[in-house]
Write a protein that binds this ligand. Structure first.
Ligand SMILES: Nc1nc2c(c(=O)[nH]1)N[C@H]1C(S)=C(S)[C@@H](COP(=O)(O)OP(=O)(O)OC[C@H]3O[C@@H](n4cnc5c(N)ncnc54)[C@H](O)[C@@H]3O)O[C@H]1N2
Ligand code: MOO
Length: 411
């Protein structure tokens, strides 16, 4: 395929991200109502406000006795009469008056008249007399109605990812379902005549398919349920047929391999002929030959075609695939940008943006460092496996002294 193409090529990473966001906006998945149990990790479609106060009623934070603080002598022991019990569950019509107290458990509604709770360990019980040994402060161990949230207050914002804590917050409001972006459906293809599945014998010239499990794992870790297709041979007719099939059935088709300049790299030509390429080749290392296209004649799916080298797959998925899937789901709040200091100096042999592999070192004094792995080839899977982050080394700069603050993409 000629280099004088009708699509952007050899673009900067920032430009690729801008295109990814624009293209994803045209491929937003619809919203749907799902049960809370299915909402974990999903992107909330709209804002959510509180319907009830939280806590819904004044209640105890401790197992002990509900009392009137005015009955306690400053510093001294107090003796109160036990007049009833209020357990968590059904609020009974319990009230206490001067000199009285009621047994209470954590989460139980505070009896009328009581304003303070003394924990059980700070009391001694003798018949119906409760000796308060350590006086609580006024209002201590009482959780006031509405102190966490009031009806009408904002709970969650559309575009936020639903973490377990956010799902729990929605549950605490009695929400059984949430409106979330439907999870994009993703087809995963590996390509290449040299590939053999793990478990089968290896003939000369063959290698095991490691990208499929890597990609499936990355996607699953992001909450998707990808479908893996059998590996495609380097045969244009078979590649075309499979891509057309998947392009009509999925939201996103992720391929790896066959996207560079080789005689068997059929994917760019197929997508140029049948689809619409948004970009091919980004000035990044590894992963330069990555391609993004609309399916066109291959269906409504987006096609993100990653280079075949295993470390390129890791880098292009984290740097472009994940932002694409985030944007397709309308994720508004950007993922946090993490930074660390280089534990060792690094010399970059080229000008391109590099996603180098590195291992985190959490220092006692509170700083986070990252140790670059010198095995920087895009086939060096051992380095990727030994590492836990991609170190983002910007385009241009080449010398990075130890201690330089760099952005990192943990994986
Ligand atoms: N003349 C040029 N050659 C290459 C260029 C270039 O610009 N001009 N780019 C190089 C870069 S950078 C990369 S990255 C690779 C990308 O090549 P492809 O995307 O076409 O991928 P393949 O050639 O199919 O495979 C590359 C490499 O990865 C191995 N591979 C492929 N699939 C798997 C898999 N599922 N599991 C494990 N390993 C896999 C494959 O055997 C090759 O070794 O192109 C450079 N060449
Ligand atoms: O851009 Mo390639 O992924 O370095 O080998």
């Amino acid at each position: 395929m000629s280099e004088a193409s009708a699509f952007p090529t050899r673009i900067a990473y920032a430009e690729a991200i801008a295109i990814v966001e624009r293209v994803a906006a045209a491929h937003r998945v619809p919203a749907q109502r799902v049960a809370l149990a299915r909402a974990h990790g999903c992107i909330l479609a709209g804002d959510l406000a509180a319907r009830i106060p939280q806590p819904p009623f004044d209640n105890s934070a401790m197992d002990g006795f509900a009392l009137r603080h005015a009955d306690l002598q400053a510093g001294g022991e107090a003796v109160l009469r036990l007049v009833g019990e209020q357990f968590a569950g059904r609020a009974i019509d319990l009230a206490i008056t001067a000199g009285q107290c009621a047994r209470i458990t954590t989460g139980a509604s505070l009896p009328a008249g009581a304003d303070t709770v003394v924990m059980k360990e700070n009391t001694r019980l003798d018949g119906d007399r409760v000796f308060v040994l350590v006086a609580p402060k006024r209002g201590q161990h009482v959780r006031r109605a509405g102190e966490d949230t009031q009806p009408g207050e904002s709970l969650l914002r559309g575009g936020e990812a639903l973490t377990p804590a956010r799902i729990a917050l929605a549950a605490s409001q009695g929400r059984a379902e949430l409106e979330v972006a439907r999870r994009p459906t993703v087809a995963v293809f590996t390509t290449g005549d040299e590939l053999v599945e793990p478990g089968l014998p290896l003939a000369p010239g063959q290698i095991y398919n490691s990208n499929r499990e890597q990609l499936m794992g990355l996607l699953r870790a992001d909450g998707l349920e990808p479908v893996a297709w059998p590996t495609l041979p380097d045969d244009p007719a078979q590649v075309e047929s499979a891509l057309r099939h998947a392009g009509h059935a999925f939201d996103l088709v992720l391929t790896c391999g066959a996207v560079s300049a080789g005689e068997k790299d059929h994917i760019p030509a197929l997508l140029q002929a049948h689809g619409a390429i948004h970009f091919w080749k980004v000035r990044m290392k590894p992963g330069m030959p990555v391609l993004l296209a609309d399916g066109g004649g291959f269906g409504d799916a987006l096609f993100l075609c990653l280079p075949g080298n295993p470390v390129s797959v890791l880098a292009t998925y984290l740097a472009l695939g994940r932002p694409l899937l985030d944007a397709m789901q309308g994720r508004a709040a950007a993922r946090p940008r993490w930074r660390a200091r280089l534990a060792s100096p690094w010399h970059k042999a080229h000008e391109r943006l590099e996603f180098l592999r590195g291992r985190f070192l959490s220092r006692d004094e509170g700083s986070l460092e990252v140790e670059p792995d010198p095995a920087d080839g895009s086939h060096r899977m051992q380095a990727a496996a030994d590492s836990d982050a991609l170190i983002v080394l910007a385009e241009g700069a080449r010398e990075y002294p130890a201690g330089t603050v760099v952005e990192v993409l943990p994986y």
